[in-house]
Ligand binder design. Structure first.
Ligand code: GAP
Length: 513
């Protein structure tokens, strides 16, 4: 089996070779943790965004959209707590000179304990087969219990220390656990320090009158400051939501995992405004609903798990991540946070304006509580892309690389291929494109033997290849080849639209939620 590291390298090089993702400004050797989406990447990204938007905005009567500006009044970030508390605890290794997030080093250590426990569970499962009772095993097996309780104790202590700003104890924990620099194996660490992640910029022409601004580190605040504008102009009744997709910027300390952790990235966020006291009910609702959205894409149930936060952010009274099994292990894909009335109250306080809702049923004013769902578009891209990229050995012993993207997200839905570049076949192929392009993104390819063209479309994730041959001239039929099964059917040209539609229509995929 290929090593995780090799799989990941393969993902990065496939993304570049097939026009999905390029390093930013590559002619100047790139810019660390900044990437450009290429001709196929931009389509896949757009489709993921649309799939999210439809599920959140179009399918919910009480959720509307917003597109707030990236630049916001600087007091926004004072009120939100980002100026004072949007920090990562960082630690340097004195020998390797590498910089790490102290909390990530500890979390990785704790995850290894979890993996050891899982190994014991898997071994027992294999030994006892059908009769295996996992619940009982986990609560009675001494080794599993020890691993789990050690893991819990470590995470709880880290959460407590970070909460109390006790950075000396975070360092002590790293030393007690004998965590070594993953690069050099050295345990020679500096103190732990806090580092603010916001990018600063300036508004205005002259140096003395310019105003210090920040590039937004999350899209959420654009929603909070517009809460009352949207509520009033849209005559929204609590509970209701505001959804937004857009760029966010963070000066990440550790930015090494391709598009997993970028300095400029895109978020898809939804803030759901509820009555105080009802937030936990809605928090549970959105946890479940968001997981269903992920599962509807069919990447596999075993690829997701919830991780309830031990350490809550300054604004939350409950929080969980939906973690995904990336090529480098389970990591956060989406956050679901019960943010209480923290943000709206803070903006009231700093702006001096009321941000309250008059509830006609209760006949009272209040600041609504907020449940937020926040997923990184680039992380979604990576999850979908990495899982879909597969090397297959075929029945005849040959192999192929295939990008088994969920068809609804595929950049190109069908490639139209004339068998040869003559005899009127390209003309028919172009006619088919002229019909299909009203409904789908389709492409044309006449270069190389048809087998090679199939392989190229497999690597691009195109769900269908439609081949025009000499028989087409006689009976208006073509072959349609399915990417995943490689099965080919002979069908009439008039049937193509329905066949493609049935596999790629967003409606059919969203109905699986
Ligand atoms: N408004 C809440 C918020 O921003 P977060 O957990 O900091 O919460 C939400 O971020 C999501 O944004 C994450 O689950 C992740 O998918 C994505 N994200 C955060 N930082 C990122 C980064 N540096 N690069 C790519 N995606 C990131």
């Amino acid at each position: 089996m290929a090593k995780q590291e090799d799989i990941f390298k393969n993902v990065v090089s496939h993304a570049k070779e097939y026009g999905f993702i390029f390093p930013s400004s590559e002619v100047y050797d790139g810019l660390s943790a900044v990437y450009d989406y290429a001709q196929n990447g931009v389509e896949l990204k757009k489709n993921i965004r649309e799939y999210w938007w439809k599920a959140m905005v179009q399918m919910n009567e009480n959720i509307v959209g917003l597109d707030a500006a990236i630049l916001m009044h600087p007091t926004t970030w004072k009120a939100s707590g980002h100026v004072d508390a949007f920090n990562d605890p960082l630690i340097d290794n004195k020998d390797s000179k590498r910089r790490y997030r102290a909390d990530v080093l500890i979390e990785d250590y704790a995850e290894k304990l979890n993996q050891k426990a899982q190994k014991e569970i898997d071994k027992a499962k294999a030994r006892f087969g059908e009769a295996f009772n996992e619940q009982e095993f986990v609560t009675t097996n001494a080794r599993v219990m020890e691993y789990k309780s050690k893991q819990r104790a470590i995470l709880e202590r880290m959460a407590r220390s970070l909460e109390n700003e006790d950075l000396a104890d975070v360092k002590l924990l790293i030393e007690e656990l004998e965590i070594a620099c993953p690069e050099s194996g050295s345990k020679n660490w500096t103190e732990v320090r806090q580092f603010n992640l916001m990018f600063g910029t300036k508004l205005g022409a002259s140096a003395d009158s310019a105003m210090d601004l920040y590039l937004r580190p999350e899209t959420a605040q654009g929603i909070f400051v517009n809460f009352l504008n949207v509520q009033k102009s849209g005559r929204m009744k609590v509970p209701f939501g505001i959804a937004q997709t857009g760029k966010a910027f963070r000066n990440e300390i550790v930015a090494r995992q391709f598009i997993f952790r970028m300095r400029e990235f895109e978020q898809m966020e939804m803030q759901f405004f509820v009555r105080p006291g009802e937030e936990i009910k809605w928090y549970e609702h959105w946890k479940e609903t968001r997981l269903k959205w992920h599962l509807s894409l069919g990447l596999g149930e075993n690829k997701y798990r919830f991780h309830d936060h031990e350490k809550l952010a300054h604004y939350a009274n409950a929080a969980a991540d939906i973690e995904f099994d990336f090529p480098f292990g389970f990591k956060e894909l989406e956050g679901i946070h019960s943010r209480t009335d923290f943000d709206l109250k803070a903006h009231e306080q700093y702006s001096g304006r009321k941000l309250q809702y008059f509830d006609p049923e209760l006949n009272e004013n209040y600041v609504p509580y907020v449940v937020e769902t926040s997923v990184g578009l680039d992380r979604m891209f990576l999850a979908v892309f990495a899982t879909s990229l597969q090397d297959e050995v075929l029945e005849d012993g040959s192999s192929r690389t295939v990008l088994k993207l969920p068809a609804v997200l595929a950049p190109t839905k069908a490639a139209i291929l004339p068998l040869v570049k003559k005899d009127g076949l390209p003309e028919i192929a172009h006619k088919i494109i002229a019909d299909l392009k009203w409904d789908f993104n389709v492409s044309y390819d006449e270069k190389d033997a048809v087998g090679r063209r199939y392989r190229r479309q497999d690597a691009l994730g195109t769900p269908f290849c439609i081949t025009v041959d000499h028989q087409t001239m006689e009976d208006q039929t073509v072959t349609i080849r399915h990417r995943d099964t490689m099965k080919q059917d002979r069908v009439n040209i008039t049937e193509l639209k329905n066949i493609i539609e049935s596999e790629v229509a967003m409606k059919n995929w969203l109905m699986k939620m």
